[in-house]
Design a protein around this ligand. Structure first.
Ligand code: F6P
Length: 192
């Protein structure tokens, strides 16, 4: 069977501060997750080797660092580009750009940040990655909240309008195993 693992990066310094986007490093707790993840993945008794796909951002590379497998950093896996709101908290966004905040609230799927992206934009740039992933057997994707909502939504046949609200918790490995056309989902929460 085909086994695909998905995980968000470990908690970053920006996650701690509630800031959007950026290229922050992992927090101490995020580093603990990176170690726990590596221990779990390195200890798996799989016969087939797997490869690791990260984004180009520091937090996913740091999360994957200790896993013993070939890694490749893919630009299309970078997090949603929040344009003029990069680095803000949601509160600051609401204060500085109240109209933008309201528009996003009204249509989170299609809302595009000024100079940034929408969830629909992410689906578009992910298309080649998703096609490539379907041909792979054992891959671990270390990604970001919005991008993983889109990827998991794709494999699990979620409705487009539900994508922006899907729950993809930190410090949890999502394992998809396919036997033909449907995927079995397992959530493996790491104790960090
Ligand atoms: O807060 C972490 C984060 O990955 C941000 O970088 C990103 O903008 C956000 O989550 C996406 O989640 P939402 O679409 O719910 O704002």
């Amino acid at each position: 069977p085909q086994t695909l693992y998905f995980t968000r990066h470990g908690e970053s310094e920006y996650n701690v501060l509630g800031r959007i986007g950026g290229d922050a490093a992992l927090s101490a707790r995020g580093q603990m997750y990176a170690r726990a993840l590596a221990e779990h993945m390195n200890g798996l008794a799989t016969r087939e080797p797997f490869s690791i796909w990260t984004s180009e951002l520091r937090r996913t590379k740091q999360t994957a660092a200790d896993i013993r497998a070939p890694k490749c950093a893919i630009r299309a896996l970078n997090e949603l580009d929040a344009g003029i709101c990069e680095g803000l908290t949601y509160e600051e966004m609401q204060e500085r750009f109240p109209q933008e905040f309201a528009w996003r609230d009204q249509d989170k799927l299609r809302y595009r940040y000024p100079w940034g992206e929408s969830y629909i934009d992410i689906m578009t740039r992910l298309r080649p990655v998703l096609a490539a992933l379907e041909d792979e057997h054992n891959v671990i994707v270390v990604g970001h909240q919005a991008v993983l909502r889109c990827m998991l939504g794709y494999f699990l046949d979620a409705k487009l309008d539900e994508l922006p609200y899907m729950t993809v918790p930190l410090h949890t490995i999502v394992k998809l195993t396919s036997y033909g056309y449907t995927y079995k989902v397992e959530m493996i929460k790491m104790p960090v």
